[in-house]
Design a protein around this ligand. Sequence first.
Ligand code: CO
Length: 441
Amino acid sequence: MQKPEFNQWLLAEIGRSPTAFHLTANIRDLLTDHGFTLLEETGPWQVAAPGSYVLVRNGSSLIAFTLDGEDPARSGLRMAGAHTDSPALKVKPNPLQVSHTCVRVGVEVYGGALLAPWFDRDLSLAGRVSWETETGGLGSGLLDFARPVAVIPSLAIHLDREANRKRSINSQTDIIPILLQATPGDACPVFNDILLARLRHQYPDLDCRAILDHELFFYDPAPPVLTGLEGEFITGPRLDNQLSCWTIARALVDAPERKNSMIILSDHEEVGSGSPEGAGGPLLDSILECLFPEPQQRQQVIRRSLLISADNAHGVHPNFTDRHDTNHLPLINRGPVIKINAARRYATTALTSGFFRLLCRRRNTEVQEFVMRSDMACGSTIGPLTATRTGMQVVDVGVPTLAMHSIREMAGSADCHGMHRVLQEYFSLATDDPLWHGWQS
Ligand code: CO
């Protein structure tokens, strides 16, 4: 795909994926539409090589792989990973509260969200709900209001003259979205009734007696857009890390000669990855065990496999350049960033980064480096967790981003397309290519 077509596709896909659940379902459909066979974790597998397969756990994490017929114990797997979740405001179990005719929705902060940008936004609401069926069974599905339904108004500056100098945000009391207005004296509406009405609108044949529970997130329904005078930039919600998820999945589909390869997209990175479907959990281990049940063969596969872990990187902000090390200033639209950290908050080694540099050079894509200032704490990602759990070699990379963890983030319109080309090259690397396996120590 050419850059304009790729960007148009990418922005549309992010726009219609408001939560990790929706993202995972949409990427599953992309893959099955391109010939991947859907596997159920609960059933016995019929995995034949050559073939391409996808499976989903918890509706929010996904693994897809291609077996080309060559022995993976000899070839290894060309692997790429990213996370499906993004920071957001998550609805509490019993959320509704009335204050001065405003019906508000109590929320918890999911992940390390930058809270100030959530004020004065048109917000929508989406996620997963469970329900009781007419026969007493358990049902579940995705819900999305898909239009602005709530807002968190700022306090006027006239009522807080110090707002521009020192306004802080209390996550319990200050960021409660307003959903509707109630008539004084009326009882508080029932949240599950509101959800049921929306669900019946979405699914006219719904078999549902009553809503049971929900995992719902407020989100920005304004679509991602190209911006900058020449269309140099992308702004939009959830760029961290849907940019990587979509780019990886698309590269797998588009790779001209897809070799033995695997992608893993995991939920819950923003809250530490500790869950059955998170990168700190057993998902990847259990799939590798099912695919390669013989322990020695499995170890050979792991030792010969490499994971490109893609998660957005901090581009240098022109207004705050002192937050970066002066020799490591990733620029927007100057290519993917290799992330390096002495304390192993990133799993990159000299060999895995060398591999990635040469891979990018093959597609004439520039590469940059990021290292956190030595006097600031470094974030982390799924790379080190996967490396530690499986013993796999990893390179941590990502496209340079500004406003990371804001409700709208900013990246470059050339960087994802560059990454898409590089990953296609990666998934197509022949086993006897001198570049592949060079990273093995
Ligand atoms: Co991230």
